[in-house]
Design a protein around this ligand. Structure first.
Ligand SMILES: [Zn+2]
Length: 585
């Protein structure tokens, strides 16, 4: 994308569109709002504006441009965020910033291989018929096969390599995607997926990012499931199967049903429960929870009805709770999985099961009640297990009612329960911290005010850049942005370094705080800000002089130095007095 700047790229996409892939947004005035995915948000604090090309959370103060948003929500680097935006804008970034390989090549390979798998499922051979009958047995009909691009990887090991060679696509890239492999030192590639039903995994914007392959011959020693390798386009931690098709429905209902695997997903979806997504992993990740939270605040975990399934439900539940959501748990009868349950009892029974799912806290209390009644656990073990989730809940408002309920139902004293809780488990902060991303740096209010002034009155930038004013603004982003506005004579999102802009978005989204200012009073407001900045500086210096004096008193008897410090201290106090009096006049 020679000649296309990141700024131009930002202008070619809608940040509202891109954020909508992760967060449910509603139009509110000139911007869009939604629940912030970066903190435990109860009221929509996240504001996104196409006009400003920025997002900002009024609560946790996360903000910035579209690159900053993607980096933070996906935990990726700038380059990957750039790639996603470039893809969206239909711009090739092959020549951008030295990045030689665009992800387009990966998507092209995945798409070609997917098409091949789909054809192989329908080519009427003995093995493909077997695959089709496996799918039909699971209630997966041709419509679902088509919708979810389900295919079949034939037994022939050279099928995919020869296809890719014919299409002149890179086998080396295909190896990075985990589609083919080669023996060490050999250039002979072979398919990694053989004799498997192939499920295509899509990104939220419906690009194929990976595959999951299930064997159809249960008698082989091969693993039941084989998944694509982690690759530049496939991050298992951040993917949810089926979400590209179901997110609208999840958003509409405000309820998301979480299942474990492809077949559970597909049979539940085929039955007509369309607000579902699959985690595709042994354990749910914080990133996946973050994605769910963007769509629904009512989560129902629907895992297998055996011990392992229940354990997995509780583990997933903990990740949700650490993310500020107490999920509900739908209990499939022992020995069945959701797929089997639908087959045995029909979809209406599954709907009833989902509707009647109890909060995880309630399920835990019920479990402990029966374990106690059957004398499987002692009183103290039960209390400990019941309290183990309290540190995970952290400062959630659910804690008080939960502990009270446990106290009532089990006859423990509340105080004892709280002390058990405080000695249990890992604190919430350890599990809930999102991967590091650009965060809004702390600035003092006066500095923020000057930044808003520069944005609203770009012509003031010249004045603000004067030496005697600039010297009072601490070095950093504020200074840089003001200088940049002065240089260009314009105020826009172009004044941020790539993929950041937290400070600038905060200033933009809070511009109404200076709505009272106009040309007649803006200079006076600038003076007020400067007084505040000077007072801040004096305050900091006073503190450090006091500290030096204290050290001097205890450690040495250097009277000259002490005298100097005392003089500086008095001068600073005088200066402060003058400034505050001036400010009051
Ligand atoms: Zn926030």
């Amino acid at each position: 994308m020679a000649g296309v700047s990141t700024e131009e790229l930002k202008s070619r996409v809608s940040i509202v569109d891109i954020v909508s892939n992760y967060v449910s947004l509603r139009k509110a005035g000139r911007s869009h709002t939604g629940l912030c995915p970066f903190h435990d948000d109860k009221n929509p604090s996240l504001h996104v504006s196409d006009e400003k090309r920025m997002f900002y959370c009024f609560s946790c103060k996360a903000g910035g441009d579209v690159f900053a948003f993607l980096q933070r929500i996906k935990g990726c680097d700038f380059k990957e965020a750039l790639q996603e935006v470039a893809d969206k804008a239909g711009v090739s970034i092959e020549r951008f910033a030295g990045s030689k390989n665009s992800n387009d090549e990966f998507f092209t390979i995945n798409k070609a291989v997917c098409d091949f798998f789909r054809k192989s499922l329908q080519n009427g051979t003995e093995e493909s018929e077997k695959a089709l009958s496996y799918l039909r047995q699971r209630g997966i009909d041709s419509e679902i096969i088509e919708q979810f691009s389900i295919g079949y990887a034939p037994a022939l090991g050279s099928a995919v390599p020869s296809l890719l060679s014919k299409l002149d696509l890179s086998l080396r890239r295909a190896k990075e995607l985990g589609l083919v492999d080669s023996k060490e030192g050999s250039s002979d590639f072979y398919c990694k997926f053989r004799s498997r039903v192939m499920f295509s995994i899509f990104s939220p914007d419906s690009k194929i990012i990976g595959f999951g392959g299930r064997i159809i011959d249960e008698n082989t020693r091969a693993p039941k499931y084989l998944n694509s390798a982690e690759s530049p386009v496939y991050r298992k931690r951040r993917s949810l199967y089926g979400l590209n098709k179901t997110r609208q429905e999840i958003r509409k209902q405000g309820v998301a049903v979480l299942v474990e695997g492809y077949t559970d997903f597909l049979s539940v979806y085929a039955g007509g429960v369309k607000n579902v997504a699959a985690s595709l992993g042994t354990s749910l990740t914080r990133e996946q929870v973050g994605i769910f939270k963007g769509y629904a605040d009512d989560i129902v975990i629907l895992y297998d009805g055996d011990h392992a399934g229940m354990d997995a439900s509780f583990s997933a539940g903990e990740v949700f709770m650490a993310g500020g959501v107490v999920p509900r748990v739908a209990r499939v009868p022992e020995g069945l999985d959701p797929d089997g349950f639908v087959k045995n009892n029909g979809i209406d029974a599954l709907r009833a099961l989902i509707d009647g799912a109890l909060p995880l806290t309630e399920v835990l209390m019920e479990d402990m009640s029966s374990a106690l009644a059957e004398k499987r656990v002692s009183q103290s073990v039960a209390a400990k297990k019941l309290m183990a989730i309290v540190p995970i809940l952290g400062d959630s408002p659910e804690v008080g009612p939960y502990v009270r309920e446990v106290s009532c139902r089990f006859g423990f004293r509340e105080a004892d329960l709280y002390s058990l809780a405080s000695s249990a488990g890992k604190p919430r902060s350890q599990v809930r911290d999102l991967p590091a991303g650009p965060s809004a740096p702390e600035v003092v209010p006066a500095e923020m005010m000057l930044l808003r002034i520069a944005l609203k009155f770009p012509e003031m930038a010249e004045f603000l850049c004067a030496e005697e004013i600039m010297k009072h603004i601490p070095p950093g982003e504020t200074r840089d942005i003001i200088s940049s506005i002065r240089a260009s004579g314009m105020a826009g999102s172009e004044h941020v370094s790539e993929g950041s802009g937290g400070l600038l978005s905060r200033a933009y989204f809070t511009l109404e705080e200076i709505s009272f200012m106009d040309e007649s009073n803006v200079r006076r407001e600038v003076e007020k800000c400067l007084v505040k900045l000077k007072l801040d500086a004096i305050g900091r210096e006073l503190k450090s002089v006091r500290e030096s004096l204290r050290v001097l008193e205890t450690d040495s008897h250097d009277d000259t130095r002490g005298g100097e410090l005392m003089k500086r201290y008095r001068d600073l106090l005088d200066e402060r007095k003058k400034l505050t009096q001036g400010d009051l006049s």
